[in-house]
Design a binder for this molecule. Sequence first.
Ligand SMILES: C[S@@+](CC[C@H](N)C(=O)[O-])C[C@H]1O[C@@H](n2cnc3c(N)ncnc32)[C@H](O)[C@@H]1O
Length: 374
Amino acid sequence: MPPVGPAELAEQAEHFRRFAGETARQLPLYHRICQAAAEDAEVVARMFLAPTEQRRPNLLLAAVHDLVLAGEGDQLAAWYASVTDPPRVVGSGGEDPWPHFRSLALDHDGVAQRLATRATQTNEVGRCGPLVLALAGLAADAPGAPAGGSRPLGLVELGASGGLNLRLDAYEYRFEPGGAVGGPSPLVLTCRVRGERPAPVPAQLPTIASRVGLDLHPVDLGDRSAARWLVACQWPDQPERIHRLRTAIALAHAGPPRVVPGDAVDGVAALVDEVPAHALAVVIATWALAYLLPARQRDLMATLDQLGARRDLSLVFAEQPLEVPGLPVPARPDGVDDPRFTALVRIDWRAGRRAATRLADQHPHGTWVEWLTG
Ligand SMILES: C[S@@+](CC[C@H](N)C(=O)[O-])C[C@H]1O[C@@H](n2cnc3c(N)ncnc32)[C@H](O)[C@@H]1O
């Protein structure tokens, strides 16, 4: 490991301090670990095993969580709800998870190896709740949809990760209030409906004629250690998210989604061209376009403008407006913007003309939706 200066160490320590104070404020285990890590120069120095762009607390947390999931977590496992039910409660019984975390972080070769080679990765199926509302509306409005019916959709997902959200018609949805759709399925996704407008819960899920994902680093769900890493990147303080993810991964073994490696901007045209003509081509992206630089976001729109001149096309994305300055995000109708919200936006190209609608705002993981149109 190259020598690390005090300023770099202090910067890394600050990441842990901020993670403890903000992100993990309501996650007792990760709050305790990150608070202690911020004051421990030896643990902070471990971050320099990772490439620069990956030096964030989540990577170390995931590296240790992955060991715990693999059964190598020793006594630390008792605090992890992902492997112990019920887990030990942080701060109770005079016992502290930190010394156990610390010794794994410093002494286990598996942690060093993961820090050097892995990148944090997520695939949040909860985002399918708001997404199915958007897609069902799109299928019903699509040019060529029969009166009172809907047109099949050809999905192309950018930043699809393991492709779990491409399988959105394999899940059951409960909108509260609003009703249920889909299923029965072992995976039930619950989405609270906020605000004044009812959510447009369809009578049935849209028909998906074709589906394919594109990702710089697709996750092969059939590879046990790759699938476990997806779980490791989630937070043990949120067992319900972990349960959702594990269920979705298990279901995907019956029909693994196709996710091809490639860049979202460079690879999108070829995949849109594959969508069968009877289907409406729909590009979807959830918490993925934020990873493109603003100039690349503009390049994506230019590419979609060209595709939209050739065939009817839609883009549905759920992204935080601040993170996507290169994409058109209409203002909320009431003008009250909260930059922490995720905007659910639909852009249609019909006969070459582009129109954008902010359908809703939602929780980043899809646990609630506030419908804004109709
Ligand atoms: C936060 S994850 C979200 C994954 C998934 N969309 C979801 O909502 O669960 C972002 C994904 O975008 C992918 N990604 C980042 N930059 C990309 C790019 N330029 N082209 C394709 N995929 C990209 C990452 O590899 C990662 O899988």
